[in-house]
Ligand binder design. Sequence first.
Ligand SMILES: *Cc1c(COP(=O)(O)O)cnc(C)c1O
Length: 403
Amino acid sequence: MFEGCPKCKTEKVIANLTVTYNYDKIGLTLRKDILERRYQTGIWKYMELLPVMNKEHMLSLCEGDTPLLKCKRLGKILGIKNLYVKDESRNPTWSYKDRLCCVAIAKGLDFGAKISTVSTTGNHGAATAAYSAIAGMDCVLFTLPIVPKTMLTLMQVYGAKVVSVPTFEGRWKLMAKCVKEFDWYPLGPYNSMVVGNPYGTQGYKTIGFEICEQLNWRSPNKVIMPTGYGEGLFGTWSGFKEFHELKFIRDLPQMVSIEPANGAPLTNALSKGLDYIERIPRKSSVAVSIAGNTTAYQSLKAIWESNGFATTVEDREIMDAQRLLASKEGVYAEPSSAASIAGIKKLRNEGKVDSSETVVCVITSSGLKDVEATRRILPEVTTMRPDWQIFLKHMNKYLKLEG
Ligand SMILES: *Cc1c(COP(=O)(O)O)cnc(C)c1O
């Protein structure tokens, strides 16, 4: 189940298994007006389209249901009239991984899983730990020495046992052995072919569902997503496809992936016209949550199917975008998430996005996960004596006060 589809497996490609539903049957009872009237909020509002059988396993920390914010000021700067951010930093552990982990842990309870595990640079681990906590499951996380301190704290505080392994492949090896020998329940990939938890990926569909509802049952023209393993991209795309299949929306969006320039396996595969993901050399990036040397085959498929594309952004552009989004729209995004803003800015400059398009950038997590990264680009705070003249002189540099 976590080893990918045996039928389509080749030397270069392993696709994950996906959950399918009987849409004809679901369509008989699930309608737009029913969803609109549904009292329940969060991801379980869409339970007919999620793979969990037992209602008692549908635990919740009130994940999902995040706002779609219209960015008037940023939109004006970038010349896009209908620019939105889907602010996933409002989730319980402040990242969109909560959607994945909520569904994956619920499904784990269906299976009778006792110990959850994942290899993670932070957000996936924090979310796995939090949902394992409310499920009463033990949780073991494999991480890397490079992850921000806040991430380690989050992983530990929810009760997980955290192990830091200096190499990417090393932690996968350990985790794979635990899954095979002890039957631990994996919430994410544990080899370089990137086959994650197929149930967890279903949780991301709710991002697509919510965006459609929030745009009054219309699809945006483009959805811009920071991409690591591409599970978020694939899952969100699947959500749009299902609502289209159910005839809740007329059109489908183009999915646009943004990767850090220091490691862009999807952009690499697309630009070379490959039909598989080629591993690339690993470098470091300020966008730790999306800096990898490989991605899932599914993300390539989502780009093909949606007629989308991928591009890369430099660390400097990411940090500029973080400040821009916070100072114009009041949203403080993790560097990995700000990559989507850096991406739309670049694409707009290159003429790849039209001013009349409706564009949704997914802000996957909060800037508070790595405040040190932001600290490095901000000026020192001014300290001064309580002296009126000194104060005026200082302030006049910024505000042109009378004095
Ligand atoms: C995990 C993560 C991503 C990337 O998600 P994938 O499904 O691996 O592509 C993006 N942003 C943040 C903040 C994340 O934690």
